[in-house]
Ligand binder design. Sequence first.
Ligand SMILES: NC(=O)C1=CN([C@@H]2O[C@H](COP(=O)(O)OP(=O)(O)OC[C@H]3O[C@@H](n4cnc5c(N)ncnc54)[C@H](OP(=O)(O)O)[C@@H]3O)[C@@H](O)[C@H]2O)C=CC1
Ligand SMILES: O=C(CO)COP(=O)(O)O
Length: 349
Amino acid sequence: MSTVTILGAGAMGSALATPLVARGHAVRLWGTWLDDHLLDAVEAGHPHPRTGVRVPAGVEPVRSGDLDRALDGADLVVLATSSEGVEAVITRAAPAIARIGVLAVTSKGLLPDASGDVQILPTFIRGLFEAAGLEAPAIVAVGGPCKANEVAAGRPTATVYGSTDLEVARRVGRLAQTDAYRIEPTADVVGLEVSAPLKNVYAIALGYADGLAERTGEPWHDLKAAVFAQAVREMAAIAEALGGSSATVFGLAGTGDLEVTGLSGRNRIYGARIGAGETPADALTAMRAAEQTVEGAAAIVGARSLAGRLFDDAATRLPLLHAIDAVLDGHADPLRALTEAALPEAIRP
Ligand SMILES: NC(=O)C1=CN([C@@H]2O[C@H](COP(=O)(O)OP(=O)(O)OC[C@H]3O[C@@H](n4cnc5c(N)ncnc54)[C@H](OP(=O)(O)O)[C@@H]3O)[C@@H](O)[C@H]2O)C=CC1
Ligand SMILES: O=C(CO)COP(=O)(O)O
């Protein structure tokens, strides 16, 4: 049995308690300074407000002011804040995490380092340790099609754990896996960590197509499928340009995660509101009011910057990314933008 400290008591942080408790680990669920209302519900024995599922008995909720106690003696730390909270939480927890030596990260994002270059999350997090003069822990990136409410309920889930040292991914995977929560280890951290935030961005486009269906009362499945395929092509191009493998994008981490997010993700819902006619600003305000995290809206800023660094002709190489951005900026109509970006060019005479 190990002691596992989860940092962030939102949907995914609380959900991971289900497999970890099932494996007999001692689990501490630390809530950020924004999570008191979530831990109030957990302590009262109510379903978690973000997943609708009760956190398993035995999980120890820990309030934000008790971070040191939450980390004391832990064997594994899991970071489960949204990308917005990564820097603030890692900065506070870094000395203890450096001592523990291993960090699993469910957060999905693309963030700028001190010099302004956008990085995949493990690289960004390592930079925070280096800036603090601390040795960075071994980082295990967690991705794949994995809805928090389903993990929390113990439904079958295939997830991907990635570390540059494959044995570390296997070791952490062995600790967390259950019959229902199965883990595919990979050493392709780049492919995994490109897929994780970018599928949030591309799921917004899948949402645009669903929103058109809501607005018109007609199906737009052909368009949605073309958008899906183009999204996968663009994620693979970015992964390869960064030294990752397109095979990772074509598997659970890319197509798998895009599928689940395009069916039921919050990023899809945000896109659908826009496709149905709301302005991007109104749609984001409504999502925030409902406590629905929409990471794709932030990740597209990083994606745009990364694409510009990787490709001289980014708008031509990544037309769908460009189209999503143009719609969010209010410069393009979703139907026209998706059609131009995702359908093949006309065959020339
Ligand atoms: N939900 C899912 O199905 C999955 C989520 N993930 C990833 O896991 C991460 C967490 O997602 P999820 O649990 O759904 O998100 P939630 O919004 O439910 O929880 C996010 C956590 O981050 C905290 N947080 C947000 N902003 C800040 C900030 N500025 N400073 C400090 N803490 C902050 C939240 O506080 P607050 O209570 O205010 O929100 C909460 O503890 C994301 O990166 C997501 O992509 C991965 C797989 C699946
Ligand atoms: O990452 C997810 C599933 O793997 C959840 O996606 P959303 O953040 O869009 O809900």
